[in-house]
Write a protein that binds this ligand. Sequence first.
Ligand code: PLP
Length: 409
Amino acid sequence: MFKANEAYLKLPGNYLFSEIASRVSEYCERNPDKAGRIVRLGIGDVTQPLAPAVVEALHAAVDEMAEAQSFRGYAPDLGYDFLRQAIAEHDFAARGALVYPDEVFVSDGAKSDSGNIQEIFSADARIAVCDPVYPVYVDSNVMAGRTGTYDASTGLWSDVTYMPCTQQNGFTPELPGPDADVSLIYLCFPNNPTGAVIDKPHLQAWVDYANEHGAVIVYDAAYEAYIADPMLPHSIYECNGARTCAIEIRSFSKNAGFTGTRLGYTVVPRDLKDANGVSMHGLWARRHGTKFNGAPYIVQRAGEAVYSERGRCETQAQISSYMENARIILEGLRSAGYTVSGGENAPYIWLKTPDGCSSWDFFDQLLESVQVVGTPGSGFGPSGEGYFRLTAFGTRESAQEAIRRIRAL
Ligand code: PLP
């Protein structure tokens, strides 16, 4: 009789979002008159439609696919040159960071890349993650059998190094100690869920640490477009030495509304070599070639349009609008006496629950008394307990209404 992959059986249930959905639907059943009043600030999905420049590029690419002369079949596994070049130029060269077009691997999004990247590292690589954390980094390593045993009482895996991000350290992780023995370090800035950012000296310290200790940093910059402070780095390759120790993952989901259109990319520099001199660029190319048949032509043309002058202008307007929501939420909560962070260079607002209330108790309280839905911080890891995440991706009206109601609590 066949057997399932035991590593998958170790995964705890997707507790967070299914639990949120079930509490909301149970509330709606009990209170049908209030169901229509619910304001959702829990989602990480965008709400604005694609920018006109992007839509035009999509239409034009569809027309090309309709003609024999311009029809395209399988895309190149690693991405079309027109997009890889636009990425290298606008996302890196323009910021003084050196990334060659052939080091850019175009994909269907940052979730797949951040989940798949662990495959090219040894089975005994020890991972380090922030706590709280975007769950994909840990779960993909659980599936690969790398994380040891799960302790349901603490919510921690035995073979994972956790780096608590708390109010005390400004929600930026401290470098692992000299004996930490971590080889794969996941960092995400601007951060989901805390909305924290990292400045260049701190990011440089991580790069130096990784180079000194033979570790790799997987740098998830999915929210890079939300950085408003000109002093903050947008890419890890703005730091000296990052080409020998860092992989960067980006997404078109949050800068251009591609959550349903699907496009992202990963940079693996040619200078990134393992202890035996093996090129990780070569391994990732091999993996892509075997398991991925390229992002759709029409979507890559849409991605190219994001970098056009009009595309940049229109997507920037969308980001600014979301960031105005963030400002409304942040300032509204602050003036109501809440301790809040994030929301200035990130679309996430991280608030401390009042009076030592647990994350889930606060969730219930907001749902029951003002019909506002957010995300309990404890769902992202033990250090998220006592915190709550709100997002700026809703409409202006939902942000204003949620704040009006929370203030009236
Ligand atoms: N990385 C982080 C930190 C995210 O929060 C998300 C989505 O919410 C992703 C990656 C996934 O992005 P994509 O839509 O490109 O798969």
